[in-house]
Design a protein. Structure first.
Length: 257
């Protein structure tokens, strides 16, 4: 009899706890009668300087602000049996780039990050660079006080050295030893231009970005804030991405001009 009473008591306790938890969730999700929020600028002062510079470097492109990586990538296994859409969604949720450069018809050609107060770790940079490279999209980080040349950015993102080479192919006539020598010279010039552009970006990136922590694996929190999991403790989140909603970069007012 006592045992039966204990079972009944436990069951009633469980039901009471479930009802309390459900009521607590409902209260937590209830919309407030007043939103205690203020408008603010979309970018920080430093980001605004970089934004203006990018618009000047890519006048025939759109330079979009703080776009989530999932907006311009899609799982390559989408139509295959090994579809892992949910895995990629959980992995990349909350990951965005400060600026995204795209053609006017919406094709992304490059992404730029402006590190926040805490900077970007090597693991964070390597992760973004690796995943965007797989998609054929350029990536770099810059600081407003250490900007690379516009030509280096265009070579890295648009591969303009190849455009020069194609123009040469279209304008040459006949096939002779002269054109063979010209081809070799042009190809060497293309390689040198690309190498110089990439070196400039890497040098600027190394000088401007603070490297903190050691190499880590990638993972992101379900609440939309990104982080990296350590190799030693793969189930523990370590370094979070900057969340400008709870930790604003500066106090610049909402108006951009």
């Amino acid at each position: 009899m006592i045992g039966l009473g204990g079972v009944v008591g436990a069951a009633l306790g469980g039901l009471a706890h479930r009802a309390w938890a459900q009521r607590h969730r409902t209260e937590k999700l209830r919309l407030p009668s007043r939103w205690l929020l203020n408008a603010r600028g979309l970018v920080t002062s430093e980001e605004l300087d970089v934004w203006k510079w990018l618009r000047a470097a890519f006048p025939e492109h759109a330079v979009m602000v703080k776009v989530a990586v999932m907006r311009f990538t899609i799982p390559s296994t989408k139509d295959r049996p090994e579809n892992k859409d949910q895995h990629w969604h959980e992995l990349l949720e909350g990951v965005y780039c400060t600026f995204v450069v795209s053609t006017l018809d919406g094709k992304v050609v490059g992404c730029v990050d402006v590190p926040g107060k805490r900077g970007l770790t090597k693991a964070q940079r390597d992760m973004k660079e690796g995943l965007l490279l797989e998609c054929g999209i350029g990536y770099t980080t810059v600081r407003s006080n250490s900007l690379p040349s516009g030509s280096a950015m265009r070579t890295a993102f648009l591969d303009e050295a190849e455009i020069i080479e194609r123009d040469h192919e279209e304008t040459r006539g006949g096939d002779s030893s002269f054109h063979a020598a010209l081809d070799e010279f042009t190809s060497e010039k293309v390689r040198a231009t690309k190498a110089a552009a990439m070196k400039e970006l890497k040098d600027k990136q190394a000088a401007a970005t603070e490297t903190r922590g050691t190499s880590q694996g990638a993972g992101f929190n379900p609440d939309g804030t990104g982080s990296f999991m350590t190799r030693e403790k793969p189930d523990r989140f370590a370094v979070k991405w900057d969340d400008s909603f709870t930790m604003p970069g500066d106090s610049r007012p909402a108006k951009l001009s």
